[in-house]
Design a protein around this ligand. Structure first.
Ligand code: HEM
Length: 138
């Protein structure tokens, strides 16, 4: 049982590290000056990996919860809220991307600023939540 829990936590922490890496890459990509067409090809690729990892983060969290027989700390409820927030803002961001006109520089810049803010907030939430989780479990 202890082995199963530590394995599930390892996968959970692995998805946290992977999503942090992808978020840093996304923020870096949004900071680059480039044409919208090559920008969007790379952006679509990175955001696809980000969404898949978000799913993995949720799934591994559920596995940890299940192997711990749902006997978990209050911090886990915050984790679920944070992930739901990340999913909701990803859907909103995707709608904003779809509405961005390929030839309209102003709407492209507005979208870039909006998405960069979303991903930066995600990074802050993950770092703060992880710090709180480790501080509480000390
Ligand atoms: C932004 C998303 C999340 C972050 C940053 C996060 C972070 C963490 C961290 C740092 C730990 C401690 C790992 C360790 O002990 O080494 C942890 C444990 C855990 N996480 Fe998450 N997590 C997230 C999402 C979720 C979700 C969506 C769920 C459930 C659906 C979940 C369920 C759990 C559970 C059950 C534990 C074990 C807690 C305990 O031992 O009481 N997490 N998480």
């Amino acid at each position: 049982m202890a082995d199963m829990i530590s394995m599930a936590i390892m996968l959970h922490v692995g998805s946290i590290l992977l999503i942090l890496l992808l978020l840093l890459l996304l923020v870096w990509h949004f900071s680059k000056e480039m044409e919208f067409k090559p920008f969007s090809i790379k952006y679509e690729q990175l955001s696809l990996y980000y969404r898949a990892t978000l799913g993995a983060l949720f799934f591994t969290g559920l596995v940890v919860m299940a192997v711990a027989k749902f006997d978990v700390l209050w911090t886990v409820y915050i984790m679920v809220l944070v992930v739901l927030h990340m999913i909701a803002t990803t859907v909103k961001e995707n709608i904003a991307y779809k509405l961005t006109h390929v030839k309209d520089a102003l709407s492209q810049e507005t979208f870039k600023a909006y998405a960069k803010k979303k991903y930066t907030i995600d990074i802050i939430l993950i770092v703060v939540l992880s710090a709180v989780t480790y501080a509480v479990s000390l």
